[in-house]
Ligand binder design. Structure first.
Ligand SMILES: Cc1cc2nc3c(=O)[nH]c(=O)nc-3n(C[C@H](O)[C@H](O)[C@H](O)COP(=O)(O)OP(=O)(O)OC[C@H]3O[C@@H](n4cnc5c(N)ncnc54)[C@H](O)[C@@H]3O)c2cc1C
Length: 336
């Protein structure tokens, strides 16, 4: 039976949040098309032996009825050519009704490979997809999130990526059903080896900016690299990460890896604490996925203040340490 197929853009067997968002989006589309959702996982035998059970369980929890497991030694780690060729082999064999992936760097690259190999159109960064009419009606994010674009798609096989954080990943309400797994062995030629991951250097340890539940960010108002010590302290107390605006990276106070925004990282924490950040559109598009925002700013008219759910209009150099002190005081206070 045909299905909506979802590429699980796992990282060495770890399922990323984006794939779970893509599975959630696929469920809605599959209900419209009256077909099941099937996941596609690529790896070698060792990856499936080590991480298969965990990956299959995640797929089942988020609504996949089956998993197509593409096995090949060249799929031991990520490689865009190998993933693209394996996906093309899957499409030819399984004839899905649509193929979806998360709009992550990896998901977008693998889907672009698939589109090029199959000569099919790819619609990237979708926030809503309806197959109710022909052509399909799609809304997608463009220009770093500052523009929503309505698109019609006529294709024998729609290929889509889902904009990160545009859909909340929701497990199936009734609990995971049994999942069926089917192996396929793509015939990968030497061209699949053109780009393969050989080595990786981790630049940030632990939780990343894009997945942290708390982000404490500083802008030009912080005033110096040293001024970030108070933000580091608060972030640590809250189990979060420090982010920043581009004014900060331009000044060399923090590295670009910490930058939130259109040309930085898109975040979706439970709470975003924006200290001395005006909230320019290029910053906002990276922060707007936050569930709650606390702005600390001396300007009550700053964009970040008007968009935030909570605001403190005061000097951040006084407010940030005061919040940390109060957290410590409450944690240290003996229970009555
Ligand atoms: C193509 C392009 C891409 C861009 N990409 C990004 C991006 O990815 N991310 C990004 O952030 N920007 C990006 N920018 C830059 C963006 O337009 C803004 O210039 C930048 O976000 C401003 O940073 P800021 O809010 O820290 O500084 P400002 O706009 O100067 O704001 C500083 C804020 O601090 C407040 N303040 C000052 N002192 C204090 C204090 N003591 N206590 C409390 N508040 C105080 C002020 O009231 C003000 O609101 C991009 C721009 C372009 C053109």
């Amino acid at each position: 039976m045909s299905s909506v197929a979802v590429l699980i853009d796992h990282d060495r067997g770890v399922p990323p949040g984006g794939a779970l968002e893509a599975l959630t989006a696929a469920r809605r589309l599959a209900a419209e098309l009256d077909v099941p959702v099937n996941a596609v996982i690529l790896g070698d035998s060792e990856l499936f032996a080590t991480h298969g059970a965990e990956l299959f369980a995640a797929c089942a929890s988020y609504g996949a009825a089956g998993v197509h497991c593409g096995r090949h030694s060249l799929l031991a780690d990520y490689g865009p050519d190998a993933w693209g060729a394996a996906l093309a082999a899957f499409v030819e064999a399984a004839q899905p009704a649509a193929v979806i992936a998360a709009g992550t760097d990896r998901g977008a690259e693998a889907m672009a490979q698939l589109a090029a190999r199959t000569d099919l159109p790819l619609v990237a960064n979708c926030v809503s997809v309806s197959s109710a009419s022909d052509p399909w009606q799609i809304t997608r994010i463009q220009w770093g999130g500052s523009l929503l674009e309505d698109v019609t798609l006529s294709s024998s096989l729609p290929l889509l990526t889902i904009a990160p954080h545009s859909v909340e990943a929701e497990p199936v309400p009734d609990g995971a059903a049994d999942i069926e797994t089917v192996d396929f062995a793509p015939d990968l030629g030497p061209e699949a080896e053109r780009t393969l991951v050989r080595n990786r250097v981790t630049l940030t340890e632990g939780i990343t900016l894009s997945t942290s539940p708390v982000v404490v960010s500083g802008g030009r108002g912080v005033g110096s690299a040293e001024g970030f010590a108070a933000l580091e302290d608060l972030a640590e107390l809250l189990g979060g990460r420090v982010g920043c605006s581009r004014a900060v990276t331009n000044n060399g106070w923090r590295s670009h890896a910490d930058q939130v925004g259109q040309t930085g990282t898109r975040i979706a924490p439970e709470i975003y604490i924006a200290c001395g950040i005006s909230g320019a559109i290029q910053h906002w598009v990276g922060a707007m996925g936050s569930k709650n925002i606390l702005a600390i700013n001396i300007d009550p008219e700053a964009n970040m203040v008007t968009k935030a759910g909570y605001a403190v209009i005061a000097d951040l150099h006084a407010v940030v340490p005061a919040i940390s002190d109060e957290i410590r005081r409450r944690r240290d206070r003996p229970l009555d």
